[in-house]
Design a protein around this ligand. Structure first.
Ligand SMILES: [Zn+2]
Length: 92
């Protein structure tokens, strides 16, 4: 096991959408932010979800999808091999 913070990771990933929506308490925002800064396994997830939200926002309908729906869309995209890194690479 090279993952030094697996317990934290599950917690952080569960709260990622709320973090991106800034709907966590200020304390949780700080904890999640700090975790993302030092965790190599969570950061790509964060990066991808952020890009996804920005893409949704760019349609001008950022409030159209519930967290549950977004999570399903996100899972489908990831199943299809769509990653944050690929999206970044194509974005120019
Ligand atoms: Zn983590």
């Amino acid at each position: 096991m090279t993952n030094f913070c697996s317990g934290d990771c599950a917690d952080v990933l569960r709260q990622l959408w709320d973090f991106l929506d800034q709907e966590l308490t200020p304390e949780r925002m700080v904890v999640v932010r700090a975790h993302l800064d030092r965790c190599a396994s969570c950061y790509p997830e964060y990066d991808f979800e952020k890009i996804f939200l920005e893409a949704v926002a760019s349609t001008g309908r950022q409030r159209c999808a519930s967290a549950q729906l977004r999570e399903r869309v996100f899972a489908c995209l990831r199943d299809a091999g769509y990653t944050g890194r690929a999206a970044t690479a194509e974005n120019h």
